[in-house]
Design a protein around this ligand. Structure first.
Ligand SMILES: C[S@@+](CC[C@H](N)C(=O)[O-])C[C@H]1O[C@@H](n2cnc3c(N)ncnc32)[C@H](O)[C@@H]1O
Length: 207
């Protein structure tokens, strides 16, 4: 199969790795990894392209995407930790609608340990807007509050900390807020959208 080799952000070797890791994680995680195979592939390519350095994640749920990011870093021998922010109070305060499980912090850490990535991961329990995040990151994945205001707030937080890529999840018809935020973010100086694929949108720092 040929990927988008002429694009600004080619989906190359890390993409199929991400797809495979997504299904491995899905098979044994407590709860679930969110997103679709294509989005797991894109996340893996973002982590690979960002290279050495820390990764920020807003909205972690059971930890599936954080595990995937950590396993990609390990696969490519990339340095860096994962900083995850999530209130750890279920799926937006309720039991997860797909697995029926009420997420808590214990489950998150059980999942990290099951995949042997606990030493790479830091969890900040709370909502991103109530959290102070410091540090420098090469990449970020915004997958928490999907309202327009929520995405824009997380974008503002991330853009001051991230040197290479910011990935938005849920850029699809079900999440108008993400689409509206995307239009605003697309006007942002110093960043350009390099890929929309599956329900993922990748922004790259251009200056
Ligand atoms: C779509 S799920 C994340 C899925 C996860 N990234 C994955 O791929 O498996 C969104 C998570 O963000 C959490 N969340 C909601 N509002 C948030 C906020 N303001 N800050 C951080 N996390 C938030 C939700 O409770 C939920 O756990």
């Amino acid at each position: 199969m040929k990927w988008n080799h002429n694009a600004f952000f080619p989906l190359e070797v890390a993409y199929p790795l991400g797809v495979d890791l997504g299904s491995e994680i899905s098979a044994s995680i407590i709860g679930r990894i969110a997103g679709h195979a294509a989005d797991h592939g894109v996340l893996a390519q973002v982590i690979r392209n960002a290279g050495n350095g820390d990764h920020l994640e807003i909205g972690s749920l059971f930890g599936g995407s954080a595990i995937l990011a950590a396993l990609v870093k390990r696969h490519y021998n990339l340095a860096g930790k994962l900083v995850c922010i999530d209130p750890m109070t279920g799926y937006y305060g309720k039991p997860d609608p797909e697995s029926g499980i009420m997420l808590d912090e214990t489950i998150f850490w059980e999942n990290m340990e099951a995949f042997g990535v606990q030493d790479r991961v830091e969890l900040i329990v709370g909502k991103s807007e109530e959290t102070e995040v410091t540090g420098k990151f090469v990449s970020a994945f915004l997958d928490g509050d999907h309202s327009e205001a929520g995405v824009l707030r997380d974008w503002d937080l991330a853009k001051g900390l991230v040197s290479k890529y910011i990935l938005l999840d849920n850029y699809d018809a079900h999440f108008e807020g993400v689409q509206d935020a995307f239009r605003v973010i697309s006007q942002e100086k110093g960043w350009r959208c390099v890929l929309v694929y599956g329900i993922s949108a990748v922004f790259e720092r251009s200056s």
